[in-house]
Design a protein around this ligand. Structure first.
Ligand code: ZN
Length: 129
């Protein structure tokens, strides 16, 4: 993300302290707050309050259990069912926390499965030698 000079409007690279054209102080404007706000919003919005739509990552967790990484898949299923239960109890804060944990379990499951395949591949390669 670039930083725009408040004096002359020149685009400067992220983290720049002074404008490359007019040498104005760029530290007074911060490019990061909007980004982190957007990120925080997306992290805590697995549901929409008006639509009643809720994302618990149950499907991903089941897929994970069936396809590649059984332990993380089960963790994901447990967390997503806890998230759904919390959502039904209208405990949205807890539901979000659980759904985010389920999402992390799914992501970690993919990472672990990938590492597992890589190790098996390298192991097989070494045995052939
Ligand atoms: Zn400038």
């Amino acid at each position: 993300m670039s930083v725009y000079c408040p004096e002359c409007g020149t685009e400067n690279p992220e983290g720049a302290i002074h404008c490359s054209l007019c040498n104005a102080d760029l530290t007074i404007i911060s490019p990061s707050p909007k980004y982190s706000w957007d990120k925080a919003a997306s992290d805590t919005n697995n549901y929409t309050k008006n639509g009643g739509w809720f994302r618990s990552y149950l499907f991903e967790s089941i897929l994970m259990t069936v396809c590649c990484c059984l332990p993380m898949g089960i963790v994901g299923i447990v967390l997503s069912s806890q998230a759904t239960a919390a959502f039904k109890a209208m405990d949205y804060e807890r539901a979000d926390r659980k759904a985010n944990a389920a999402r992390r379990a799914v992501i970690w499951g993919i990472v672990l499965a990938f590492i597992g395949f890589l190790v098996m591949y390298i192991g097989g390669f070494l045995e052939d030698k």
